[in-house]
Design a protein. Sequence first.
Length: 140
Amino acid sequence: MEAAEKSGSLITADFALEQGRDVFAVPGQVTNPLNRGAHRLIKQGAKLVEEASDILGELGCWNDISCRPMTSRDDLTKEDLTGGERKIYNIILDDPVSSDTIISKSGLKSSEALSALLMLEMKGLVRQLPGQRYVRNIWP
């Protein structure tokens, strides 16, 4: 979110822009020199982010059921989850579970498990706690 004009993060972002990858930047106060990097990225074509919906809209899933939080566990159907998401959802209960434990128990590649965890978070089914631990989300 904050990057000086000559930040290492900007080098990575510049490479991503050159390769046509999506780059997102959060603007900050114009008087803060640590925000100049993000502002430069926006000038170069990074997508402006003011809220989560800006990212979800760019990823094309803002109106897609696969990205919308569900209102209750009763809304959960097999069609709403991929096989990996369902496997991981069944591992996570009400007690916090570390991401390493989830990956190990799921039998999935770490990249697949972490992707499924992110999708479960975006769907509102699980939430991340400090220390990369996860629990099922509790609805009112």
